[in-house]
Design a protein around this ligand. Structure first.
Ligand code: ADP
Ligand code: GLC
Length: 499
């Protein structure tokens, strides 16, 4: 499908200043649990820099550090009384400055919904927390007459917006012409709620447009309706866009995704190199570059010192920074790693939080190998940067991985990734061949113990060959996953769905 606008964009004849509305439940540096925050912290900023009219809406979570990021009153936006079924909420708006950009983000304030710890919860009003975000953003647009060309929704939290635009707002003078793009960052989180939640969606006037079999079965699945109604659907890597159209990875939505196959596009995430570059990183003690890696060795020393492990030159350090969730395949790592620690005498540093059972297993591992293993349970952006800088090898044995950002960061920091060949990991890490000196890491095919062991041992073998290792590090550091490039792809998609 090619529209006139698309053709024009491709030829570079015009750059359309598009009106773009972003709805997100996370955004770095304000509110983060994972990669969605990094993406939304970078992509809108990039489109704004490219000259588009960008508006971003994020909940004003209590956890946002207001001292660091002071809120300001949102000029021109009046408080909103929002009804979601029987529930009434008073919404007010504030704005906050995006560091290093002239972009300001709109914060949706509603203490009844966002005045609790953390970003996500399992409370019975979870669906309303993000319906409120969605409607607060759309109603704000109506208040000020901002008619978006494209509303870019992310994950289940804002996935009912495409349906709302096609039904209750279809004839709205401000929103009636808006097109929607839904990005699926992770198909496993679908926002499937009991059927009576339908009363809270404000979509009762269009109740016949919900998936009727599901409604009869007593389920309202937010992401499913995004897949049905969005004008464009993206996922965060080309391989994942194909995987989710198979029964194995489709999490029950593969048939719907296949039906909309021509609309499903994989765009690999980018890296915000203003945050993640070893030459300039504000969170690491020693800077370094591909030409001079001496700072990396000193960062390794600092990292181990901070974590209470002995620094032994020549002993490789393996790093992990991850949500502790079944997706990430850390149970497999825990099965394999004792053998690796014993046989190769390597060290392992793990930063992560989430699943308590996995955390317990890492704690036991640390007790068993006190001079080799440190597990830091928690969320620490600073330590995440230091591990990227100071580790030699980065492990991502994910069962599935829509994109993954840490392998992209690792490449830039000369930290060689060992990854399961799936999703975005398959698209971003190429097998190193010592004979030709090409490749950037060690993707393994089978998600099992021999597979992961092979990946780690292949990396450790090359580590012993210093010139080959340097070459491998340099190959990775030379990769360009900048948002400048990826944002152009989104720009083109935005133009296409308008055509
Ligand atoms: P996902 O979004 O599935 O968690 P990604 O690799 O896309 O995986 O992104 C994870 C992001 O969250 C990275 O920026 C990573 O550094 C960060 N991160 C994950 N866990 C932690 C943690 N415990 N402390 C600090 N940062 C973390
Ligand atoms: C999800 C995925 C991860 C991806 C991130 C940002 O959390 O699990 O692979 O990188 O979203 O798109």
């Amino acid at each position: 499908m090619q529209s006139a606008a698309d053709a024009a964009l491709r030829c570079g004849i015009i750059t359309l200043p598009m009106r773009l509305l972003y709805l997100t439940s996370e955004m770095a540096p304000f509110a983060k649990t994972g990669g969605l925050a990094d993406v939304m912290g970078a992509l809108p900023k990039q489109l704004h820099r490219m000259g588009h009219n960008v508006q971003v809406f994020l909940p004003a979570y209590a956890s946002i550090d207001r001292k660091k990021y002071p809120f300001q009153k949102a000029d021109g936006l009046e408080p909103l009384d929002l009804s979601l079924g029987q529930h009434r909420y008073r919404i007010t708006y504030a704005t906050v400055q995006v560091p290093g950009s002239s972009l300001r983000v709109h914060l949706v304030q509603c203490p009844a919904l966002y005045g609790r710890p953390g970003i996500y919860s399992s409370a019975p009003d979870e669906h309303r927390r993000f319906l409120a975000l969605s409607y607060a953003a759309l109603e704000a647009c109506r208040q000020v007459g901002f008619a978006p060309d494209v509303v870019h929704c992310n994950d289940w939290q804002t996935a009912l917006v495409p349906m709302a635009l096609k039904t209750i707002y279809a004839r709205d003078p401000v929103l009636g012409r808006a097109r929607s793009l839904l990005t699926i960052h992770n198909l496993m989180y679908q926002g499937a709620f009991p059927g009576d939640v339908v009363n809270d969606t404000r979509l009762m006037p269009a109740v016949d447009r919900f998936h009727q079999d599901q409604l009869k079965a007593g389920v309202v699945n937010f992401l499913l309706h995004g897949v049905l109604y969005a004008d464009g659907i993206t996922t965060v890597s080309p391989t994942y866009s194909r995987e989710i159209q198979t029964p194995e990875h489709g999490a029950g939505l593969d048939h719907l995704l296949r039906q909309r196959s021509s609309t499903v596009v994989g765009v690999l995430n980018g890296v915000d190199y203003s945050e993640w570059s070893p030459e300039t990183d504000r969170l690491i003690p020693h800077h370094f570059s591909a030409d001079d890696l001496s700072g990396k060795e000193r960062d390794k020393e600092v990292l181990l010192g901070k974590l209470g492990l002995p620094y032994q030159p020549g002993v490789p350090v393996l790093g992990v920074v991850s949500r502790l969730a079944s997706q990430k395949g850390l149970d497999l790592l825990l099965d394999v790693i004792p053998w690796v620690l014993q046989r190769h005498g390597v060290q392992l540093v793990v930063l992560g939080n989430g699943d308590k059972r996995l955390a317990g297993r890492f704690t036991t591992l640390q007790h068993t190998f006190p001079r080799q293993v440190c597990f830091y349970e928690g969320f620490s952006n600073e330590l995440a940067h230091l591990i990227e800088a100071g580790a030699d090898i980065f492990l991502m044995p994910s069962r599935y991985e829509p994109c993954g950002l840490n392998q992209l960061y690792s490449l830039r920091y000369g930290t060689v990734p060992v990854v399961h060949k799936t999703g975005g990991l398959a698209d971003s890490v190429q097998l190193f061949d010592p004979r030709t000196g090409t490749g950037t890491g060690f993707p393994f095919d089978q998600h099992d113990q021999p597979g992961l062991r092979w990946g780690i041992e292949a990396a450790l073998r090359v580590y012993q060959d210093r010139p080959a290792w340097r070459q491998l590090q340099k190959n990775g550091m030379a990769q360009d996953f900048s948002w400048e490039k990826q944002a152009r792809l989104y720009e083109r998609l935005y133009a296409q769905i308008q055509g």
